[in-house]
Ligand binder design. Structure first.
Ligand SMILES: [Zn+2]
Length: 183
């Protein structure tokens, strides 16, 4: 028999789908025909690649390599100031200061509050909004308190702006410094 008979059957031979008689015929032919033997070898390699167990396990030094890469990365910038506690402390302190002024300061405190309120009005803060929302929390002194709060809030805005500006400036300078350094 010729190669043209065996070649279409080699695939079934590799898969073990042939009758014992045909299997024997192919085995004999492949033993004496280098061309069919080569084709059979190719089919076996392809089958092994397609059906062989896939090893998708990570390399043995995977963890070590990742950890080494992580260590090589630059340290992330960490904010050392805990923002929320500082903010809460500040607000509590501001309210406590106003309360203490009203409680013990007498006419001096009221004069100061009036002054703060006047400066707040000058800056155009919406003391009216605060007044309506605060209601009569502080009785007759509510307008003074809200005006003082407006002044403090205004101060906060200015302070926050200054801090943000300084931070941006410092960061820009540091980035420029880092860019000029040879890496
Ligand atoms: Zn052949």
């Amino acid at each position: 028999m010729r190669c043209s008979y065996f070649k279409p059957r080699l695939d079934a031979y590799v898969d073990g789908d042939l009758e014992p008689r045909e299997r024997a015929l192919i085995a004999v032919h492949v033993g004496s025909c280098p061309e069919c033997a080569g084709l059979l070898e190719e089919l076996r390699v392809i089958d092994a690649l397609l059906l062989g167990p896939r090893r998708l396990e990570p390399a043995a030094n995977f963890t070590y390599k990742v950890m080494a890469d992580v260590r090589a990365l630059p340290q992330p910038h960490v904010h050392r100031i805990p923002t929320l506690p500082v903010l809460v402390t500040y607000i509590v302190f501001a309210w406590a200061t106003i309360g203490a002024f009203l409680w013990w300061g007498g006419s001096t405190a009221r004069a100061m509050l009036a002054m703060l309120g006047a400066s707040a009005r000058q800056f155009g803060f919406a003391a009216g909004v605060l007044t309506t929302s605060a209601g009569h929390l502080f009785g007759a002194q509510t307008p003074e308190v809200t005006r003082a709060m407006g002044a403090i809030l205004g101060g906060d805005v200015l302070l926050a702006g200054a801090v943000a500006g300084l931070y941006a400036l410092r960061r820009a300078r540091r980035n420029a410094q880092r860019a000029s350094e040879p890496s």
